[in-house]
Write a protein that binds this ligand. Structure first.
Ligand code: DGY
Length: 323
């Protein structure tokens, strides 16, 4: 190949990542840092003669977009572990490689799951709003009483890297760990966590439920009204995975009735839009998709995306290839 490979980068990346990119590639950077409409990406890639695209979950690369990409595009490196935003089957049909960035964001995401769990249980966002409002009248014996986590059962739905990292954090808080996964994980990784063969069995024992499964057509609205009804009364629901795992109408009804005491959400179906009822419900703790948002983690994700590109353009197999 003559010259440096041309990379179309769809969003602003951490400074150290952009610096490394600019050293090794001929890079087009989106200085606006606003999502580029997906239908505009093929023309942009054609105009640039892009050989690679570095994309994020805000770029929806559905079949029509993949099929319209110019033949020059050989690899799509996603700056994310989740890859439901890319039709990787369509990419595979066109011989375009797709890669992701697993592993490096497990600790940061588990931290946010823990924050949401504690925040939802202890009514942290209600408390914060009260203090900011200027209407706080001082401590009372019955104000903003939350739920105790010690001795409760934490159900982890999806015991991959992030689920296991959450279990590590929850054990010292005195939570008993339960999980469901397609198959039980090894004993030394489970560290006493109790396996449940079905989602329903796990829900029945989850005083706190945390979702850690991928978004696929099979997991869409996995947590629906029937399944929410299986949770112990007054359960807490946490989601740092993907918004489509939850049937929002059903969760909102359960939060309104008290069947679910509180929820902590970092992800939403159709971000950045979210069901408007969430904004006015007091018992949801809402974050704007911060799971992996630390300087260290986002830099590590960028470097891993670059490792994938470097391997491909160096004639090696990318370390994290999806398709
Ligand atoms: C991912 O990597 O899939 C996260 O959701 C973005 O941080």
């Amino acid at each position: 190949m003559l010259g440096k490979p041309v990379v179309l980068v769809t969003r602003t990346l951490p400074a150290a990542v952009e610096e490394r990119l600019l050293g090794d590639y001929d890079v087009w950077l989106n200085r606006d840092d606003r999502p580029i409409p997906p239908e505009d990406l093929p023309a942009l890639a054609r105009r640039l003669g892009a050989q690679a695209m570095l994309v994020t979950p805000t770029d929806r690369l559905e079949r029509a977009v993949i099929e319209a990409l110019p033949n020059s595009v050989a690899i799509i490196a996603s700056f994310s572990v989740g890859y439901e935003h890319i039709d990787h089957n369509a990419a595979a049909r066109r011989g375009i490689l797709v890669t992701n960035t697993p592993g490096v964001l497990s600790d940061a995401t588990a931290d946010i799951a823990l924050l949401l769990m504690l925040g939802a249980a202890r009514r942290a966002s209600e408390g914060e709003r009260l203090v900011r409002s200027g209407y706080w009248k001082g401590l009372t014996p019955v104000q903003l009483l939350g739920r105790h986590l010690h001795g409760q059962r934490l159900g982890i739905l999806g015991m991959g890297r992030i689920g296991q990292a959450l279990a590590e954090r929850a054990r010292p808080l005195g939570l008993e760990i339960h999980y469901h996964n397609r198959t039980p994980i090894a004993e030394d990784a489970a560290k006493g966590a109790i396996f449940h063969a079905t989602v329903e069995d796990l829900l029945a024992v989850s005083d706190v439920l945390s979702l850690h499964c991928p978004a696929t057509p099979l997991t869409r609205k996995l947590l629906n009204a029937e399944r929410l009804a299986l949770l112990p009364p007054g359960a807490i629901v946490v989601n740092t995975a993907r918004g489509i795992l939850i049937d929002d109408e059903a969760l909102i009804a359960a939060l309104n009735s008290g069947q679910v005491f509180a929820a902590g959400l970092d992800v939403y179906d159709n971000e950045p839009d979210l069901h408007p009822a969430y904004r006015s419900l007091p018992n949801v703790f809402l974050l704007p998709h911060l799971g992996s948002a630390t300087i260290e983690t986002r830099t590590a994700m960028g470097f891993l995306a670059l490792d994938n590109l470097d391997a491909y353009f160096g004639g090696r197999e990318p370390p994290h290839r999806i398709a």
